[in-house]
Every structure is written in structure tokens, then in C-alpha cells.
Design a protein around this ligand. Structure first.
Ligand SMILES: [Zn+2]
Length: 96
């Protein structure tokens, strides 16, 4: 019995994670994948963001993370930026 409950919980979590990633993509974010994020000091950088699959950052919600900013060289609160909301200048700034 316990095994079944564990399997069902795992399946539900998996479905929710997939649904969240699909929702973020529909909202215009490059999630799951390489998205542009802005740190609390305004720096832009690109990072890999997969909902439910973050190992290098502390997840605080679907659009909030506590992650190291390469410009600040410190941990900052970061939020993803939609590709459509970037100016041309900002886009070239984070070009890979
Ligand atoms: Zn920064």
C-alpha cells in the first residue's frame, strides 16, 4: 500500500512540475531552458531555469530565485525576464 501512495505522490508532483514549465513557456518566458534573469541590483545575465529542477539556486517560487549574480559576485534575488520585454541593447548585452 505504502509503495502505491508513494508512486501516486511522485506522479502528481511530476505532472505539476511539467504543467508549471508549460505555463511559464506560455507566459513568454524561456523556461524551461536558458532564460534571461535580472538581479535585485538590475544586472542581466542568462541562466538555465527549469521549474522544479534547480540545483544551483534556491527556489523561492516560480519567478523568484536566490542565485549568484556574476556581476555582483554575490547571491541576489533574481527574477526571469521575458524575451519580449528585453530592449535590443539588453538583448545584445546577454547574447551568448
Ligand atoms: Zn547583480
Amino acid at each position: 500500500m505504502g509503495l502505491w501512495i508513494g508512486a501516486i505522490v511522485l506522479l502528481v508532483v511530476l505532472v505539476l512540475v511539467v504543467a508549471l514549465n508549460v505555463t511559464m513557456r506560455r507566459r513568454g518566458y524561456s523556461i524551461p531552458g536558458r532564460t534571461v534573469v535580472r538581479c535585485s541590483r538590475g544586472h542581466l545575465f542568462r541562466t538555465t531555469w527549469i521549474e522544479g529542477g534547480s540545483f544551483t539556486a534556491v527556489r523561492l517560487g516560480p519567478t523568484t530565485r536566490y542565485q549568484r549574480c556574476p556581476t555582483c559576485r554575490r547571491f541576489r534575488i533574481v527574477h526571469p525576464v521575458k524575451d519580449a520585454e528585453l530592449s535590443d541593447e539588453e538583448r545584445s548585452q546577454v547574447a551568448e
